[in-house]
Design a protein around this ligand. Structure first.
Ligand code: C5P
Length: 208
């Protein structure tokens, strides 16, 4: 098979990572979670006592492979910090080539916000994975808290956080979260991970 590049974009906790990982395994392609790049930059800023809203270009340039393997990248302060550093054009510029090089030799499944629009505008297949803010907040809660019950108030806070992050990601000037005109949209509210995967595989086999 030729070296496929599959782009998987969408808002937070819509199921992009789950799909991208499963697709990579099914197609025997490397998987790149580009959110980790922005998370690792935010982590560096926070650990250095710096505000992630401030200039993060040095931290983006200095990013090492070890930074991406840290275990403390999926915590609320980093969720927020990542979307603040990701709004900075210099940070996005510093990380762009790294993402392209990753897929150059082998192809890849890449998930993020601007993969089909900016990083790989010529991707073989582009997916836009989305779901309602409520479904996404619940999913994120289960990922971090397991089966612990989420009461109405806590759900409202989780929905507000996710909506704030989406608004910042969609409204920034550089590489905002946008559905590429040639992306295939999959709404995951009522679909299981296995159903999303089957749908995506069918589309890829029809097109590639
Ligand atoms: O996907 P994840 O939630 O890990 O991404 C964290 C943050 O990184 C997002 O809220 C977004 O601001 C930023 N991001 C981005 N472009 C990407 C991937 C992530 O701006 N390609």
């Amino acid at each position: 098979m030729r070296r496929l590049v599959i782009a998987v974009d969408g808002p937070a906790a819509a199921g992009k990572g789950t799909l991208a990982k499963a697709l990579a395994a099914r197609l025997a392609l490397p998987y790149l979670d580009t959110g980790l790049l922005y998370r690792a930059v935010a982590r560096r800023m926070i650990n250095a006592g710096l505000d992630p809203a401030g200039d993060a270009s040095k931290e983006a340039t200095a990013l090492l492979q070890e930074d991406l393997a840290r275990t403390d990248l999926r915590v609320p302060e980093v969720d927020r910090g990542a979307s603040l550093v990701a709004a900075q054009p210099a940070v996005r510029h510093a990380l762009l080539e790294r993402q392209r090089v990753f897929a150059a030799q082998t192809g890849a499944v890449v998930d993020g916000r601007d993969i089909g629009t900016v990083v790989f505008p010529d991707a073989d297949v582009k997916f836009f994975i989305t779901a309602s803010p409520q479904a996404r907040a619940l999913r994120r809660h289960r990922q971090t808290q397991g089966e612990k019950v989420l009461d109405g108030e806590a759900l409202a806070v989780a929905v507000a956080e996710i909506t704030e992050r989406d608004a910042r990601d969609s409204s920034r000037e550089t590489a905002p979260l946008l559905e590429a005109p040639d992306a295939i949209r999959i709404e995951t509210d009522t679909l299981s991970a296995a159903e999303v995967l089957e749908k995506a595989c069918k589309i890829i086999s029809e097109r590639c």
